[in-house]
Design a protein around this ligand. Structure first.
Ligand SMILES: [Mg+2]
Length: 159
């Protein structure tokens, strides 16, 4: 979905029933109703190192080949999906979720990220730098001036 649509928070706000035209900023971007930011730490390299230590201490490297890590990550994505299953559409910020449901989600999203980072390490992909390159490509593929407010795939746009 990320590859084909590059969905953003503003888009999900519209899905959640917020007025999509509300709060247009002077640069043409939409103002998000509620700001949210991650903590600065740990970095992706911190996560890679912590997981490498965890794996080394347990002599689990013999199990952590790329294909196994991929399958483990997909399994964890399934655990995230289970938490959303049968709920219908869920509003941004998860206003109807209990604290323990939010914590469960935090655990499962972390499992996905930890396996993703370890998979990238074992495949020798420098993930933070790869993200920078991919975001640059995505900006070229989806120029804001051309795709503003549209969810079309890049192949559907005509010059
Ligand atoms: Mg899990």
């Amino acid at each position: 979905v990320l590859e084909s649509k590059m969905r953003t928070g503003t888009e999900s706000a519209a899905v959640n029933g917020a007025a999509p035209e509300a709060g247009r900023l002077s640069n043409g971007a939409e103002e998000r109703p509620q700001r949210f930011a991650f903590s600065a730490e740990p970095s992706m390299e911190d996560i890679r190192r912590m997981q490498a230590e965890f794996t080394d201490e347990r002599a689990w490297n013999k199990f952590h080949q790329p294909r196994n890590l991929l399958l483990a990550m997909v399994g964890e994505v399934g655990e995230v999906a289970e938490l959303f299953q049968w709920r219908g559409e869920v509003a941004e910020g998860l206003p109807d979720w209990s604290e323990s449901e939010r914590e469960q989600l935090a655990h499962e999203l972390s499992d996905v990220l930890i396996y993703l980072v370890e998979l990238a390490e074992k495949c020798r992909v420098d993930l933070p730098q790869a993200v920078l390159r991919k975001m640059a490509l995505n900006r070229l593929k989806y120029p804001a001036s051309k795709v503003h407010g549209s969810a079309k795939k890049y192949t559907e746009y005509k010059d």
